[in-house]
Design a protein around this ligand. Structure first.
Ligand code: NAD
Length: 252
């Protein structure tokens, strides 16, 4: 029996990169997967990939910074599959790079609205559904930028620190009610977001390898495997953690 047979899993930002890999991994482990993504073509393509492999998935166009959209997404999950067991709140953007004094209010709002408000809104509507069925597990996608400062991406780093605050507070509030809430903290992972970071720094994604003690950057499937473990019963005593998937970046 697979770890998520009969379970309903939600993935925001499931159209690309880490979210895509995690949605596919959940489906391979037996879950019915609901994908919310701002880009419809990408979200629909992941559903097609899952169905072609014999899995079950559904997509709803969602901007996680919109309360109406998030409410509709969780409503769609429950209307389609009956309940919600696990959620990966992953949708995020890097925003514009550069020193803090050069940043614009528009960039600040865009990053905070997706990365912070989006995670909070997702939990706001996921938690009541999980409470109705006796519990569940939530993983929020933070970053090593949620644990350390990074020159040139200060607003992004602040947003990911806020994700840690939301994660730890939610874990305190809901763990005794059967909902474990954890964060994953990836270092550089080979996705379109890492490609834009590399373009911003005028390097290639693999040029970030030397910053990771393990000697390479990470793959989206490696984050997905960690998210699945955190959402599974194997992690039944794990809550409120920052879970680094970082090739040793943060031990330096
Ligand atoms: N790639 C990395 O190196 C890395 C490292 C640490 C953390 N992360 C985090 O991982 C998460 C996923 O990033 P990725 O690298 O897979 O990037 P990505 O750009 O490949 O994927 C992000 C996905 O989120 C969607 N999205 C963006 N804003 C949205 C919104 N407002 N509403 C709904 N969907 C939205 C995009 O359409 C896209 O499908 C992000 O939260 C990111 O901060 C990435």
């Amino acid at each position: 029996m697979a770890d998520f047979d009969g379970k309903i899993a939600l993935v925001t930002g499931g159209g690309s990169g880490i979210g895509r890999a995690t949605a596919i991994a959940f489906a391979r482990e037996g879950a019915s997967v609901v994908i919310g993504n701002r880009n419809s073509d990408a979200g629909a393509a992941v559903v097609k990939t899952i169905k072609n492999e014999g899995g079950e998935a559904s997509f709803l166009r969602t901007d996680v910074s919109s309360e109406d959209d998030v409410k509709a997404l969780i409503g769609h999950a429950v209307a389609t599959y009956g309940r919600l067991d696990v959620a990966f709140n992953n949708a995020g953007i890097g925003g514009a790079g550069g020193p803090l004094a050069d940043q614009t209010v528009d960039n600040f709002d865009a990053v905070m609205n997706t990365n912070v408000k989006g995670v909070w809104l997702s939990m706001k509507y996921e938690i009541p559904e999980m409470l109705k069925t006796g519990g569940g597990a939530i993983v929020n996608n933070s970053s090593i930028g949620g644990l350390l400062g990074f020159a040139g991406v200060g607003i992004y780093s602040a947003s990911k620190h806020a994700v840690m605050g939301l994660t730890r507070s939610a874990a305190l509030e809901y763990s005794a009610h059967g909902i474990r809430v954890n964060a994953v903290n990836p270092a550089v992972i080979r996705t379109p977001m890492a490609e834009s970071l590399a373009r911003m720094r005028k390097v290639k994604p693999d040029d970030f390898s030397k910053a990771h003690p393990i000697g390479r950057i990470g793959e989206p499937e490696e984050v997905a495997a960690t998210v699945l473990w955190l959402c599974s019963d194997k992690a039944s005593f794990v809550t409120g953690t920052a879970t680094c998937v970082d090739g040793g970046f943060t031990i330096q």
